[in-house]
Design a protein around this ligand. Structure first.
Ligand code: HEM
Length: 343
């Protein structure tokens, strides 16, 4: 199995358990590491020698070599907490956390009714598509609260979070540039304040696909682990299936870790599902990352999970997976159709 298939493999829980070695050099020429050992991922998260890649340098190389400008991707590099550097980073985290806390208190007022209403299709016998009938309507409402206006339905498939895959392919970056341009045009039309435009954009990049994946895969995993029996299916108290299965770092200098010699410039692919699947209970919380870039949306995501779990468990669901189709992605799970048959 290729490393970029690991995160979406059907039997990945078992695949992760059997991996040996748990760190390997994927590509000798371009020097890309894959790390699946939770303890080593934590050390990399906390190491000053492993840094977030600079997309700004990629944009500079594209401008110099092809004369192509990507102004909307450049805007993203200047506002997204994972991409801004130095002293701008804590300021971006703080500003975004304040914005998000205000949205969470607005969402809190309607969360219980919302999760109940969106899960209602699973209360009736027959076939239900988890994507279009349950998770998409839920995400649509949650992001309408974040954006303080009705979210255009096409934003559910805009995937501006692709910027976090650090893909350097020019055609893909041009495509991403177009999607970010559409997103920003809408945000600028509906939002008077520049800071709020940046925070709403940050919500869409980090939160939309990750929340959809966490909720959908959470239900899929629960149904797979619990084939129709006499007791209803339950979701775990803490999410095991993460919404961010992969993230990346680059070695800033040569360093040795766990017997591996990382060289300056090496790409490091961190497979974060290792935390949810680890036997050590203390690892589970790190599905939200660690160190200076740990997730700003953790509290909000857990609040949403808690509400979703309560209403899902109350359904006492007896169901089986009937059809499961994904869209291709090398770093996240994007669902096309997830049909379950409720008994
Ligand atoms: C749904 C489950 C979610 C999971 C599992 C998750 C996980 C993560 C992880 C692992 C990171 C660290 C990435 C890295 O270090 O490379 C991260 C960063 C981040 N997350 Fe989340 N996230 C989730 C949802 C959200 C939501 C809903 C939001 C906001 C609406 C959000 C906002 C952020 C931000 C802004 C960062 C970057 C922080 C920084 O660079 O300082 N996340 N998340």
């Amino acid at each position: 199995m290729k490393s970029y298939q690991l995160h979406s493999a059907d039997d990945r829980h078992a695949v992760f358990a059997q991996l040996s070695p748990r760190i390997w050099l994927e590509n000798d020429l371009l020097r890309a590491w894959v790390v699946t050992d939770p303890e080593v991922i934590l050390r990399i998260f906390r190491s000053p020698l492993a840094v977030v890649s600079s997309l700004t340098d990629v944009l500079k190389a594209i401008r110099e070599n092809y004369g192509t400008e990507l102004p909307n991707v450049a805007y993203a590099c200047g506002v997204l907490p994972l991409l801004v550097a130095d002293e701008a980073h804590p300021a971006a985290r703080k500003g975004f956390a304040t914005f998000l806390a205000a949205r969470l208190s607005e969402l809190d007022a309607e969360l219980a009714d919302l999760s109940k209403a969106c899960l209602a299709p699973l209360g009736r016998k027959g076939h239900v598509d988890l994507v279009s009938e349950v998770v998409d309507p839920f995400i649509h409402r949650v992001f309408s609260v974040f954006l303080q206006c009705d979210l255009p339905p096409e934003f559910l498939s805009m995937h501006v979070g692709d910027i976090l895959s650090f893909n350097t392919n020019l055609a893909r970056l041009k495509n991403l540039e177009g999607r970010i341009a559409k997103t920003l045009a809408f945000l600028r039309e509906t939002t008077p304040n520049d800071d709020d435009i940046a925070w709403k954009f940050t919500c869409l990049v980090f939160g939309l696909d990750s929340l959809a994946m966490m909720l959908t895969e959470g239900i899929v995993a629960a149904l797979r682990d619990d084939p129709v029996g006499s007791a209803g299916t339950r979701l775990p108290i803490f999410p095991i299936e993460t919404g961010v299965p992969v993230t990346f770092r680059r070695a800033k200098a040569d360093f040795d870790m766990d017997g591996c010699a990382f060289k300056a410039g090496d790409l490091i692919r961190l497979q974060l599902q290792s935390f949810g699947y680890s036997r050590a209970a203390e690892h589970s919380k790190f599905i939200f990352g660690a160190g200076m870039h740990s997730c700003v949306g953790k509290q909000l995501s857990l609040r949403i999970w808690e509400s979703f779990k309560r209403d899902f468990d109350a359904l006492d669901l007896r169901a089986r997976m009937a059809n499961y189709q994904l869209m291709p992605s090398h770093f996240i799970i994007l669902h096309k159709l997830v049909e379950v048959e409720v008994q």
